[in-house]
Design a protein around this ligand. Sequence first.
Ligand code: URA
Length: 242
Amino acid sequence: LNKKAKLIRLDQWLAKAAGLTRSAAKKVIQQQRVKQLHQDGKLTALMDPKFKIATDATIIFDDKSISIQASRYLLLYKPAGYICSTQDEVYPSALKLVDSIQDKSQLHFAGRLDVDTTGLVLISDDGQWTHRVTSPRKNCTKTYRVSCAQIILSEQIKCLEQGVKLKGDEKTTLPSVVEVLNPKQINLTINEGRYHQVKRMLAAVGNHVEKLHRQQISQLSLAGLNEGEWRHLTAEEVALFD
Ligand code: URA
């Protein structure tokens, strides 16, 4: 069992690898059409849908070898003019930028950036992982460089840090961290990812966001990437969100 492999039920495994429904997978298991190929070349019959099997196992189904594709985890430096949606709309999908990746059908964004926002976005086909990245309960920080239209007053900073009530929301935002870069620019670190959160936070204190750039999610940064470039995460980086 390698580090990234997990144990899952055989019927779930087969459904995923062969594109079957769970009940169709159960049926073919009961029909004794499924075997496991072990590393020493031995074959064993698998007849229990509940049997736990490693995600990186090799299964023989009707004499054909099948496997589950390993999940993919990507970090993209999104330029302005692309949307964090899997489909093109008025603007093209940022998935257009992840070239040389095969079968993008299961890929999705772990938290969205607006079309005019630049910076770090995470993309994966592992839905449980992207959920953990975006869930406010996981306390995963996001740091934005915020360029404002007006000078940012110390009163405004205090409000941002303590939490503000956004228009249309009941709950105030969780406490945030503000670092002043210059009179009209701050780094803002938040734990949530509400709709247009940063722009609405600045609006709530009477300012206006002119430019927004996400520098960091948790310990991940854009170091080494130019706008429009992407890379795979390492196993250690993926495990930051376990
Ligand atoms: N907050 C926003 O308002 N926009 C973004 O793109 C990200 C956070």
